[in-house]
Design a protein around this ligand. Structure first.
Ligand code: FRU
Length: 494
């Protein structure tokens, strides 16, 4: 008889381990029931988008939209954390505070190795952050041009930051939504290097070029009538990627809120070519980076060393529809897992996949093979790995002693994460829902990461991804493999 699924459970991060596979004990959660153990959260206060992702001398910097004085959105700062391994994060003092030009909205950071900005020296080139000033006073006074782009720089490898004295560097042309600059260095057709800024402008993106990060020239724009337009475009990024056949493609990430496939916030992407400020998508299809409700505003790290040939990405694990009312107490929001984004081919069509960063495997502590339909979970921080060997259909339920449950399944070409009975759900009308994504090709593996208040499902190592937050009143204690889906037999599990 065929083997239908091969299941492995890894307990992650939390200390537990004295027991073998036969006698799994449960590790109770700490006082902050919903605080994740291996996802980044700010110690206190509000967080949204990841910002200024940059690697420097062995450290991954993660800046983030932060309001330290409250657990709801407010005057934005750039919070700051660093990690040597993408697993353990150390929160540092706030990097950027609001000033007379406005709140510090989202943006990016680059290493200006040739000191083109002259904000450092040739001997000690600067890190430069490019972000949006949001002037709330002007906004309240009825102006439309209250968002501009500014610079800050660091000459001590990102520890401390100074604002550029002649900010802003890019004025507002009279457009209400004009923000979230993501800057990268490109090599132009003439072989010269230039800085390229991708900016969200209302319902499209604009591309600007600069020799020095201070003087910007508009090259072109993209997006009118293409892609999803259920809300404003935010946090874009243009990335040069290798296709499986070795050719080079440009991938444009665009977050949109509202108007995602599951309501509220989500990130769409386009694959195509980019020349002289003109982005041309290969087709007019709408595609989503993640089909779950809780993955927004993700971007990639800049300045990765040459031996890291990857596009390392992280997102904000929430949704503007309810981010400010989720039932956490001292902080609000976590980041997603760090993921590597890359192109893959399905029947001649290129798509974008998001694979958990391999570093995460270092978190695995004890390994348990599941041999029954129903097994206890060792902790609230686990990774579940399953090989789907006979059929593309599967279904499993995570549950606790209160009858709360989370159901994950694939059936009839739809992959679904159902959090309708997942615990605390009443803080928002739409939170209790089932989220499905179409998958026309075969599921060969599933990988599920559970932390105290999230689930991240990767089918075929990220060819299809669903990310959702949830708030079980008591942690998940059991995983049950449900019978009856097509011909999946669960008795042959290992
Ligand atoms: C996206 C976003 C950005 C903006 C920031 C403000 O979540 O709305 O467009 O810069 O958040 O906090």
């Amino acid at each position: 008889m065929y083997r239908s699924l091969l299941f492995l459970v890894f307990s992650l991060a939390t200390a537990l381990v004295s027991c073998g596979p036969q006698e799994i004990k449960f590790t109770p959660s700490t006082s902050e029931q919903f605080r994740p153990t291996y996802h980044f959260t700010p110690k206190t206060g509000w967080m949204n988008d990841p910002n200024g992702l940059i690697y420097m001398d062995g450290e991954y910097h993660l800046f983030f939209q932060h309001y330290p004085d409250s657990t709801v959105w407010g005057p934005m700062h750039w919070g700051h954390a660093v990690s040597k391994d993408l697993l353990n994060w150390e929160e540092l003092p706030i990097a950027l505070f609001p000033d007379s030009l406005g709140y510090i909205f989202s943006g990016s950071a680059v290493y200006d190795a040739e000191n083109s900005s002259e904000l450092g020296t040739k001997e000690n080139p600067p890190m430069v952050a490019i972000f949006t000033f949001h002037n709330s006073l002007q906004e309240k006074a009825g102006a439309v041009d209250y968002q501009t782009q500014g610079l800050a720089y660091s000459v001590d490898k990102g520890k401390t930051w100074s604002k550029y004295e002649a900010n802003p560097v890019l004025l507002n042309p009279g457009i209400r939504d004009f923000r979230d600059p993501k800057v990268t260095q490109i090599t132009k057709a003439n072989g010269k290097k230039a800085w390229l800024m991708t900016l969200a402008v209302k319902d499209r993106v604009q591309f600007y070029e600069s020799p020095n990060l201070k003087d910007w020239m508009l090259l072109g724009e993209f997006g009118q009538g293409v892609g999803a337009h259920g809300g404003v475009w935010e946090c874009p990024e243009l990335i040069l990627m290798k296709a499986p056949n070795g050719s080079q493609k440009w991938v444009l990430l665009v977050s949109i809120n509202p108007g995602g496939p599951q309501k509220g916030s989500a990130t769409q992407y386009f694959i195509g070519d980019f020349k002289e400020g003109l982005f041309t998508p290969d087709d007019n299809m709408i595609r989503w980076l993640d089909y779950g409700p809780d993955n927004y505003a993700g971007v990639t790290w800049s300045n990765l060393p040459a031996d890291q040939d990857r596009n390392l990405w992280i997102g904000w694990m929430s949704n503007w529809d309810y981010a400010q009312v989720v039932p956490t107490s001292t902080y609000r929001s976590a980041t997603t897992l760090p993921r590597e984004i890359s192109l893959f081919d399905v029947d001649g069509t290129l798509l974008l996949k998001s694979t958990p960063a391999p570093e995460l495997e270092k978190l695995r502590k004890a390994t348990y093979s599941i041999s029954k339909n129903e097994s206890l979970l060792p902790s609230s921080a686990v990774e579940i790995l399953a090989e789907v060997t006979n059929d593309a259909a599967f279904s499993l339920t995570l549950s606790n002693e209160l009858g709360e449950e989370l159901v994950i399944s694939k059936e009839m070409g739809l992959v679904t994460v159902d959090r309708q009975k997942s615990g605390k759900i009443n803080f928002n009308r739409d939170f209790a829902a089932a989220y499905s994504a179409p998958m026309s090709w075969k599921a060969e593996s599933i990988r599920i990461f559970l932390d105290a208040s999230s689930v991240e499902l990767f089918v075929n190592e990220g060819e299809l991804v669903l990310t959702a937050i949830l708030f079980p009143s008591s942690p998940w204690k059991k995983v049950t493999l449900n019978q009856g889906l097509n011909s999946v037999k669960i008795m042959d599990l290992q």
